[in-house]
Ligand binder design. Structure first.
Ligand SMILES: NC(=O)c1ccc[n+]([C@@H]2O[C@H](COP(=O)([O-])OP(=O)(O)OC[C@H]3O[C@@H](n4cnc5c(N)ncnc54)[C@H](O)[C@@H]3O)[C@@H](O)[C@H]2O)c1
Ligand SMILES: [Zn+2]
Length: 383
């Protein structure tokens, strides 16, 4: 037998900026994120259709920015617009259109794709960029709370296939992420709220102080206090980034500690054909798994009530009839299948303290759904 043992490691680094007015002429962040080599780097912009409609002058602002900074980069075409929301992940045609543009404009590995949009558009564009020429540099400009504090600052991308969330995708590290809080002004209230669910999730699993600071300011956050939201996004993004660097960035193990509440959330999104937004489904999934943690683990009743009432105070509906769908429990298997290895689900021992388990009991899940429905109807706990 002969063998050669290969071994190498690659270190990654990328900045996550927080700014306002990313496409104002005087804002250098995007320009600075582009590396000029022998030739000017080419840039393909791909913009979320919902963002382009809400910001009528965005496309012309990008064009103006490219003109003013024409000595730093070359915009290869007018910004491409793709549908916002889950639609762009549910049909591969949008990825194919981006790949066609990459081909047509000679976008290479020294070029950049700049994605402007919500988490769904960033996922789809990131996936296209990661497979074109085996990886084109990607700059993300997230435009929702959820993408600025969670999805956009990480290393994952993907689209849906075979009726499963994120079935196709890759782990690809972005060149830079630029969070521009001005975009948040035009979010509808559902999308404003959705990102808060992911922040609560990180607080519940990792940082009780952060959780209680969200609780303290829940009314202001629900009423769209911008300064508090900026603080929430910054802290949540920071925790997220630290988590990625400290553990298993490319998820080679069996656990996804930051996916508390997600096994049912992903399934609920699919069962409801994405009538439920990701953040809304996560709020329900966290309520369900918090009740389970109370029934079967160490979470206390007062802590459970704090969690449920905070989610409710923020305006989340915590019960949905699809929780009764017979497919719901498939979510556990699909969650396991996505990573491989042992089923590993994050539950709570306490607020701020996650606890991984390798088994969930279907009877206790059913009981948790009953308790959740009761809480939804009567605002009190029946268990
Ligand atoms: N890659 C990851 O690690 C990761 C993590 C969490 C979630 N996600 C994915 O992110 C997606 C959810 O992202 P999301 O919550 O950002 O929502 P979204 O991308 O689905 O966008 C929701 C809606 O808001 C619109 N929109 C976006 N920005 C806007 C703005 N500034 N003003 C007005 N409208 C705007 C979009 O057009 C869309 O209609 C899901 O597909 C989820 O699976 C990915
Ligand atoms: Zn999520």
């Amino acid at each position: 037998m002969r063998s050669i043992q290969q071994s190498f490691s690659v270190s990654y680094e990328y900045p996550v900026y927080f700014t306002k007015g990313v496409f104002e002429e005087s804002n250098d962040l995007l320009k600075q994120s582009l590396e000029v080599r022998e030739a000017l780097p080419k840039v393909l912009f791909v913009v979320d259709g919902g963002v382009a409609s809400a910001h009528a002058d965005l496309i012309s602002q990008i064009q103006q920015y490219a003109e003013v900074h024409g000595k730093v980069f070359r915009m290869v075409d007018a910004p491409m617009i793709i549908p916002g929301g889950e639609a762009c992940k549910n049909d591969q045609i949008h990825v194919d259109r981006i790949l066609a543009a990459i081909n047509e404009h000679g976008i290479d590995r020294h070029s950049y794709v700049v994605a402007v949009g919500g988490g769904a558009v960033l996922d789809a564009v990131g996936y296209a960029a990661s497979i074109g020429h085996r990886g084109i540099r990607l700059i993300r400009i997230p435009t929702t709370v959820l993408s600025q504090n969670d999805s956009g600052v990480g290393v994952k991308n993907g689209i849906n296939a075979f009726n499963k969330k994120n079935f196709l995708g890759s782990f690809t590290v972005p060149t830079a992420v630029i969070n521009d809080s001005n975009f948040l002004d035009t979010l509808n209230i559902r999308d404003w709220r959705c990102g808060i669910a992911e922040a609560i999730k990180v607080g519940l699993v990792k940082d009780a102080t952060f959780f209680y600071s969200i609780q303290e300011h829940a009314d202001q956050l629900a009423n769209r206090d911008k300064d508090l939201m900026d603080q929430l996004i910054y802290r949540c993004a920071e925790l997220h980034i630290q988590h990625i660097a400290s553990g298993d960035p490319f998820e080679q193990g069996s656990s996804r500690p930051l996916d508390f509440g997600h096994w049912s959330a992903h399934k609920l999104e699919q069962i409801t054909e994405h009538q439920l937004r990701h953040g809304e489904a996560v709020a329900i999934g966290m309520a369900l798994d918090s009740i389970y943690s109370y029934l079967d683990h160490h979470l206390t009743q007062p802590e459970l009530l704090i969690i449920l009432s905070l989610l409710r105070q923020l305006g989340f509906e915590l019960y949905h009839p699809s929780l009764r769908d017979s497919q719901l429990l498939d979510g556990l298997r699909e969650f396991q299948e996505h990573l491989g290895g042992r089923l590993t689900i994050m539950l709570l021992d306490a607020i701020g303290s996650g606890k991984e388990v390798h088994r969930m009991n279907s009877e206790i899940i059913k009981k948790s759904i009953d308790v959740l429905q009761d809480y939804h109807n009567h605002n009190s706990l029946s268990a």
